[in-house]
Design a protein around this ligand. Structure first.
Ligand SMILES: [Zn+2]
Length: 390
């Protein structure tokens, strides 16, 4: 059989489809936009009390011209759960290897649509998700360029969500770049060891506000200016230490280091094996502060190091994530729920947070009165969080 390009094959299909009506043979259809979900979402409870599902719908433009994605419907067990219009798609569709989103896939390219579903209160978690995409394929014959494609069916992963204790203690922490629509972690899809991974899908960069509501007071480039610098970092479960890096120098706050090797990006870091193929990574700790060694058994709440500014870090902070493997990049990011914390307020968002982090100005927090006592949930993005003091 002669191999044909999409345009001529589509014309051929139109002829076949009309000629074969009534025939028992199933018509074959060109599907220039291939849809697939690699890593099934694992539902978890957010600090808003709602059930969240986070995953990536992979899209491959298997044609010789651009495909514009005009609408995406997400179905749960056949019923529409969410509809993304062109603007929403444009904001969430990112070509592989790029950090900017776009609503159009260039010819022969792959992209991820980063999806975040929030179920209605009391709604049943669907067993299976599927997708219907309205698109315009420029390679198709005139008059036949707009059509729908369905695909990306995936069973929701109902594995139990890891329950952990707090990674820090004290008040005024900010859950920066946490789940589920902040882009720096949730969209950190990386090609590692031959596969796409989103290890940081549920990562948080914990920072802290001082009594004046500032991330730092005093010279910006001084480590001790930062409220979180030197805070004890706690084991989140009874666990086994499987990876330790120490001896990396502190960076100068305010600037990212240049040309840092991939292996040094986490700075001084620890990975704990929590059991059941869950691993917790703590990154950017102070040099010499890590008191645990590979093979050690630690208990929940045990101090394993101090918050620093090592590795690929712009200010002192604790990067924390849970994945399914003992590596920081080549493993699948897993949701987790923290046993106990309080939400005392929320920031205006990432932009305001970034400004406060850069300028040392007070963050315009909206306080929650009274604070919300949360049990067993994931702290969502840009909240002010208190952890138990003990
Ligand atoms: Zn981070």
């Amino acid at each position: 059989m002669k191999i044909v390009g999409f345009a001529s094959a589509a014309s051929l299909f139109l002829l076949i489809a009309s000629a074969s009506s009534g025939s028992p043979q199933t018509a074959e259809t060109m599907t220039p936009l291939l849809l697939a979900v690699q890593d099934a979402p694992i539902p978890f409870t957010g600090s808003d009390g709602r059930t969240h599902l986070v995953y990536e719908l992979g899209m491959t433009n298997f044609s010789s011209a651009p495909i514009a994605v005009e609408k995406v419907e997400v179905m749960g067990d056949g019923a529409t759960l969410e509809t993304l219009d062109t603007a929403a798609v444009t904001e969430r569709l990112q070509p592989a290897g790029q950090r900017e989103s776009a609503g159009t896939l260039a010819a022969g390219t792959r992209a991820n649509l980063f999806l975040h579903l929030v179920l209605a209160p009391g709604a049943k978690v669907p067993a299976e998700l599927s997708h219907r995409v309205a698109l315009r394929a420029s390679a198709a014959p005139p008059g036949h360029q707009e059509f729908n494609e369905s695909g990306g069916a995936i069973k929701v992963d109902r594995q139990p969500v890891a329950l952990v204790s707090p990674p820090l203690r004290g008040v005024g922490y900010v859950s920066a770049d946490s789940c589920c629509d902040a882009t720096r972690h949730t969209r950190a899809a990386l090609p590692v060891n031959g596969r796409m991974w989103v290890a940081q899908r549920y990562a948080v960069d914990w920072e802290q506000l001082n009594a004046g509501g500032r991330i730092y007071s005093g010279p910006r480039e001084k480590l001790e200016s930062y409220a979180i610098f030197g805070q004890p970092v706690l084991a989140v479960a009874n666990a086994v230490v499987v990876h330790v890096i120490d001896g990396q120098p502190e960076q100068t706050p305010g600037n990212y280091p240049t040309n840092i090797p991939l292996a040094d990006a986490d700075g001084n870091s620890v990975i704990l094996d929590l059991g059941n193929r869950r691993f917790a990574l703590y990154a950017h700790m102070q040099p010499g502060s890590i008191k645990v060694h590979v093979g050690d058994h630690v208990h929940a709440g045990q101090v394993i190091g101090l918050v620093g500014d090592t590795g690929n870090s712009i200010v002192p902070h604790l990067h924390f994530q849970v994945t399914d493997g003992p590596t920081s990049l080549g493993s699948n990011g897993l949701p987790y729920e923290i046993s106990e914390f309080e939400v005392t307020g929320k920031t205006p968002g990432t932009k305001a947070f970034d400004e406060a982090e850069t300028n040392g100005t007070p963050l315009a927090v909206t306080p929650f009165n009274p604070p919300q006592a949360i049990k067993r949930a994931m702290p969502l993005d840009q909240l002010i969080v208190s952890f138990p003091a003990h």
